[in-house]
Write a protein of this length. Structure first.
Ligand code: CTP
Ligand code: CA
Length: 222
């Protein structure tokens, strides 16, 4: 889609968005990943573009993609690749939405060749990936707005607020898997947005496009 009519609310702003899962190779044919499809991140990228921003989307392996040609897409696979791409792009970004479901762990020493079942691999040794959002929070500049996401299944609000503080973000979007109609792969979502300055907004269950609009509106307003 070539989009001619764009709003000017975000014109002049560089927006960076990460989306989707990452895949952490075990050997050349196997990986560790999660159920993220990237839909929420794509909706955010498209909405920011339609509101006039210059948009870069750093995408893990996605089930869906954007049809808007004006969005600059950088494809990555692993958390390490996503980290590198983010560090390259972040310096020139005004607003960063870290919507990707980055793997927390990766195999410590991925095999060069396919692991044979006769090798009797009974233990998988993992190591932590870099927390990209924390890394971006640690070098955040005055002109930058950093938006993190939190997926929680218990003590949701307290855990989300803790993440916002520990990762030095300006906003945190809490995804709750407990709500029917919210979560992986669906076209709808229900989130609660918090700002570091203490505001809170519960966004009712609706399409991810509408949720993206609400998130952007809240960020601009606060
Ligand atoms: N995140 C990241 N790099 C990682 C892990 C997470 O940048 N290696 C980011 C996610 O993109 C999200 C935020 O951190 O914006 C919170 O992710 P989440 O998985 O909810 O929290 P974690 O800090 O990974 O903690 P846990 O999974 O233990 O709840
Ligand atoms: Ca995590």
């Amino acid at each position: 889609i070539q989009t001619t009519f764009r709003d000017t609310i975000l014109s002049g702003k560089h927006v960076l968005i990460t989306a989707g899962p990452t895949q952490e190779l075990l050997d050349p044919v196997r990986y560790i990943s999660n159920f993220s499809t990237g839909k929420m991140g794509i909706c955010l990228a498209e909405e920011c573009y339609l509101q006039g921003a210059e948009v870069t989307l750093i995408a893990g392996p996605l089930q869906v993609s954007t049809h808007i040609q004006g969005i600059n897409v950088v494809n990555v696979r692993s958390a390490a690749e996503m980290e590198l791409a983010c560090l390259v792009q972040a310096a020139s970004s005004d607003i960063i939405f870290m919507a990707a479901a980055v793997a927390d762990y990766r195999p410590a020493s991925p095999a060069k060749e396919k692991i044979k079942k006769s090798e009797a691999m009974s233990t998988l040794v993992l190591e932590k990936t870099t927390d990209i959002l924390s890394a971006l929070g640690a070098v955040k500049k005055a002109h930058q707005t950093l938006v993190g996401f939190a997926l929680e299944t218990e003590n949701e609000e307290a855990n989300a607020l803790k993440k916002m503080q520990q990762k030095n973000t300006d906003f945190i979007v809490l995804n709750s898997l407990k709500e029917a109609g919210a979560g992986f792969g669906l076209d709808t979502n229900q989130v609660t947005i918090f700002s570091a300055s203490g505001e809170k907004k519960k966004v009712e269950l609706q399409s991810k496009v509408e949720v993206a609009k609400e998130i952007i509106e809240f960020v601009i307003a606060h």
